[in-house]
Design a protein around this ligand. Structure first.
Ligand code: AMO
Length: 446
């Protein structure tokens, strides 16, 4: 069947293969995708078709197939097309193979002009890219970020599944938050005030009290901070972990270290094409991650770099970056800082015999905080004392305090910012590039 823009055949759509699977020795193949690029050389049209797995060149010759040639002349960038034809080896074609078409069909036409270039490497600022995210997501480099992200998180979950952790889901609508009142998004819940969840913290601990022993959640957390940085967003993809019957926070760090190494190895092995597209030379941290105390971190910053963080109870962005460079130069892209002072009520603090203020740690990867975690206070009486010292409104936590009061094993865990992890692994300047449809104080769509 033929119309002005198509010369069809009857190959079923289901038989189409990906561009990466086109074998030069095959008799006939069908591919489908968006038109990435058209080069019209007069009597010769090169059509580059793009699907999820890559690009393939289709060569239309007026002399060889006049009917097809006439059909392709009106093609526009980003039209969705299907091509059937014979694969031919070609040194000039991307991937070393091209297709000589026998059928060609425009399945859906794209409007033009496009508000954003897909195929050309034009420098566009991030805000324009995100305004036109639906098109920006089509770029092979953007797609590579999300394909890499999928490989990374599938491997991460694999590790926890294999180690016997239970995959959990905790509520996203809550009465209060564990991470601080100012960062909560209020919502109207029927006739009551409620909030979007900041963290599964309380629930994963309740599950430890309930005897679930080891859990993980790939979830979402909401933070209403008013920030304008390259590492904060309002809606975060969070990977939460909690395990019981531990001796101390080192058992938790061991889990984090091994699972992260496993997931990064998977990316290095399975996402080679994506890493190449993103121009990333991924170093998998094979050696033990250094574990330094908070005091040692401050000392190092002062003596090596003359840097004094403004808040003496935390490391600032610059401090993390300086320490990150310091350890990276020694072959350690990842390290832990252990024992932050003045920590939240749920962390174990001021343990007799400890040389650290709390059993709270942060993981720094490539100079940026990726996760926070530690051993928890499983003795409710002590936790309630700390809540009082810290002026925490206990009424919001009654269900949690009660749940932990019926016998709770020693436990600990951490929350890993998935978007930050992807940002660091893919070498992206801004966390929003690692999120399909990011949310920040100024962005609610697309
Ligand atoms: P914390 O508040 O440190 O700890 O969050 C854990 C990790 O989540 C990421 N993160 C963010 N990423 C992007 N934008 C934000 N606004 C943002 N806020 C946090 C960071 C951070 O390290 N309940 C504890 C975890 C625990 O102890 O298990 C918690 O939520 O990568």
């Amino acid at each position: 069947m033929t119309d002005a823009r198509s010369v069809r055949d009857n190959t079923p759509m289901i038989d189409r293969i990906h561009t990466s699977e086109v074998d030069p020795d095959a008799d006939e193949v069908a591919v489908a995708g968006h038109v990435h690029e058209v080069r019209d050389l007069g009597g010769l049209v090169f059509l580059i078709v793009r699907d999820r797995e890559g690009l393939i060149q289709v060569v239309f010759k007026e002399e060889r197939e006049p009917e097809l040639f006439a059909a392709v002349e009106d093609v526009n960038s980003e039209d969705v097309v299907r091509v059937v034809g014979d694969p031919v080896e070609s040194d000039q074609a991307p991937g070393g193979v091209e297709i000589a078409p026998t059928a060609y069909e425009v399945i859906d036409e794209a409007d033009s002009p496009l508000p954003l270039e897909i195929s050309k490497d034009v420098d566009v600022d991030l805000s324009t890219r995100l305004d036109n995210r639906a098109l920006d997501l089509r770029k092979p480099e953007t797609l590579a970020v999300f394909s890499l992200r999928s490989t990374l998180m599938t491997a991460m979950e694999d590790w926890f599944d294999t180690e016997g952790f239970v995959d959990i889901k905790t509520p996203l609508i809550s009465k209060g938050g564990a991470e601080g009142g100012a960062e909560l998004f209020p919502i109207l819940y029927y006739d009551r005030d409620a909030f979007l969840s900041q963290s599964p913290q309380l629930y994963k601990q309740i599950l430890m009290a309930a005897g679930y022993e080891a859990v993980y959640e790939t979830g979402t957390a909401f933070r209403a901070e008013d920030f304008a940085t390259s590492r904060h967003v309002s809606e975060i993809a969070m990977f939460d972990v909690e395990l019981a019957y531990i001796d101390d926070h080192h058992d938790v760090m061991d889990v984090q270290e091994e699972s992260l190494r496993y997931a990064l190895r998977a990316v290095a092995e399975e996402a080679e094409r994506e890493l190449e597209l993103l121009d990333v030379d991924l170093a998998v941290p094979e050696d033990d991650f250094p574990r330094i105390t908070f005091d040692e971190a401050l000392d190092l910053l002062e003596t090596e770099f003359g840097h004094f963080p403004d808040d003496p109870t935390d490391l600032d962005t610059k401090g993390e970056k300086l320490l990150g460079d310091h350890f990276e130069a020694q072959g350690h892209p990842a390290f832990f800082v252990v024992g932050y002072p003045d920590e939240k009520f749920y962390y174990m603090q001021d343990v007799e015999g400890d040389d650290i203020a709390s059993r709270k740690f942060d993981l720094i990867y490539r100079g940026q905080e990726l996760s926070s975690g530690g051993q928890r206070q499983h003795h409710v009486d002590r936790m309630v004392e700390v809540m009082e010292e810290e002026g925490v409104e206990q009424a919001n936590f009654e269900f949690y305090i009660e749940a932990l009061s019926f016998g709770t094993p020693p436990h600990g865990g951490y929350g890993l910012g998935i978007d930050r992890l992807v940002q660091q692994v893919a070498g992206l300047d801004n966390i929003k590039e690692a999120i399909m449809f990011p949310r920040d104080p100024n962005r609610l769509e697309p």
